[in-house]
Write a protein that binds this ligand. Structure first.
Ligand SMILES: Cc1cc2nc3c(=O)[nH]c(=O)nc-3n(C[C@H](O)[C@H](O)[C@H](O)COP(=O)(O)OP(=O)(O)OC[C@H]3O[C@@H](n4cnc5c(N)ncnc54)[C@H](O)[C@@H]3O)c2cc1C
Length: 385
């Protein structure tokens, strides 16, 4: 039986894609050796290209065979078995210290589109899927709903290589994460999917840089290629983290937000159909933040550049208050940004403009002077009071 493992090769469609290799449970168990393993040797029980291609043939066509050098846990001169590998012959217990060593394995590389087919067909493949491949399949399963689709991002603390999230606890991960010391467990923050490219298993997230005042802003300012985060997102397009939901018969959509919700507004405008009437107010720090927002909707967008005015001021509220809007009809409003501003806008629309409160979706994306942990603690205290 083969245990198939996967790794994503960064690069364009000719160099990047999904690389798979496999351990073969029927290969002879390598004799135990003492001493340090050579820096780079052929993996003794990796499956060859032909065996690998034979079990994956029905799922997708590889673009090319190749080899890869993997750094793997090594004991007594041989790579250790992955937890998924079950052998019929039990090896004698190896002694010594577990180290890391380079092992060369045959790989098959799949172009991004074929990789998706392969990951989606895992259940039908006559082989065992290793944890790396199942993890990639979960990523391929990510299915955002567009619009203001938000996700939870887990970020490492300074000095950590990767965010600490006990994903191995499965459904119980949240309790496990909360039980860890605050300076160890990953920083949890909410962000919006600005663009999702399923064929490349890629998403774009835009971070507002508000200086060294918060761990997410700090992390984003220093992040580089290869830095690791954990993303918790939906597997179904119709999920609770899509909040922009205009009721039937909406004849006017109002959008009001600051720059933290610019990715959401971009997603909403891209989603709205031709002919939908939209009035949008977007506050940004600088004129250079004004950007093209492609849409088929009939959208009138007002940019408010705040310049030296601190974020969270009443600029956005004043601008909406000064607008002439059609009376009557069935408008729907979506508001996001600094919590105090969002509250004031909602009050203005409902109390002063007579909007039906069920037709106003509002979300405080951040609050002046409070971190996201403070906001979660406040929400929890409110829920249990
Ligand atoms: C559903 C949802 C979607 C979101 N999507 C996005 C997104 O796509 N892009 C994005 O940039 N943000 C987004 N946000 C907002 C983001 O989660 C917050 O700004 C978050 O507080 C940033 O974390 P931090 O670690 O940088 O700061 P925190 O540690 O949370 O806060 C530290 C300090 O920074 C201040 N602060 C936080 N955010 C800002 C800001 N934007 N400007 C000025 N001061 C600030 C706080 O008031 C606090 O005083 C979203 C929030 C929600 C709820």
């Amino acid at each position: 039986m083969l245990v198939i493992h996967g790794l994503w090769l960064p690069g364009d469609s000719s160099t990047g894609g999904l690389a798979v290799w496999a351990e073969d449970s029927t290969a002879p168990i390598p004799a135990s050796r003492s001493g340090r393993p050579a820096r780079e040797r052929p993996h003794p029980f990796a499956a060859g290209h032909t065996d690998l291609a034979a079990v994956l043939a029905d799922a997708a066509e590889p673009t090319r065979p190749d080899t890869a050098l993997l750094t793997l846990p090594t004991l007594a001169g041989a790579p250790t078995d992955s937890p998924e590998l079950i052998r019929t012959t039990v090896a004698p217990a190896a002694r010594g210290r577990l180290t890391l060593a380079g092992w060369r394995v045959p790989i098959l590389v799949y172009a991004p589109d074929d990789a998706l087919s392969l990951l989606q067909a895992l259940d039908d493949i006559p082989a065992v899927s290793g944890a790396t491949l199942r993890h990639l399949a979960e990523l391929a399963d990510f299915a955002g709903g567009g619009r203001d689709q938000s996700v939870s991002l887990f970020l490492p603390h300074p000095g950590q290589d990767a965010p600490v999230v006990p994903v191995e606890q499965g459904e119980d991960w949240f309790g496990g994460w909360r039980a860890l010391p605050a300076d160890v467990r990953a920083v949890l923050r909410s962000y919006t999917i600005r663009e999702h490219r399923p064929a490349d298993t890629e998403v774009d997230i835009d971070f507002v840089s508000h200086g060294d005042t918060g761990p997410a802003s700090r992390w984003a300012a220093l992040a580089g290629p290869g830095d690791r985060v954990v993303l918790l997102g939906p597997a179904l397009p119709d999920n609770r983290s899509v909040c922009f939901r205009p009721p039937d018969a909406t004849d006017l959509v109002l959008l009001a937000a600051d720059e933290t919700a610019l990715p959401a507004i971009e997603g909403i405008l891209a989603w709205l159909p031709a002919g939908a009437r939209v009035r949008a107010w977007i506050e940004v720090p600088d004129a250079a933040d004004i950007t093209d927002l492609p849409t088929e909707a009939d959208a009138e967008i007002r940019w408010i550049v705040r310049g030296s005015t601190p974020p969270g001021s009443d600029l956005l509220v004043s601008s909406v208050r000064a607008a002439r809007l059609p009376t009557g009809g069935t408008p729907y409003a979506w508001i996001a940004g600094e919590s105090g501003v969002v509250r004031a806008l909602r009050r203005h629309l409902v109390d002063e403009r007579g909007f039906d409160r069920r037709r106003v979706t509002f979300a405080g994306y951040w609050r002046r002077g409070l971190s996201e942990e403070d906001l979660r603690a406040e929400a929890l205290a409110g829920a249990t009071a």
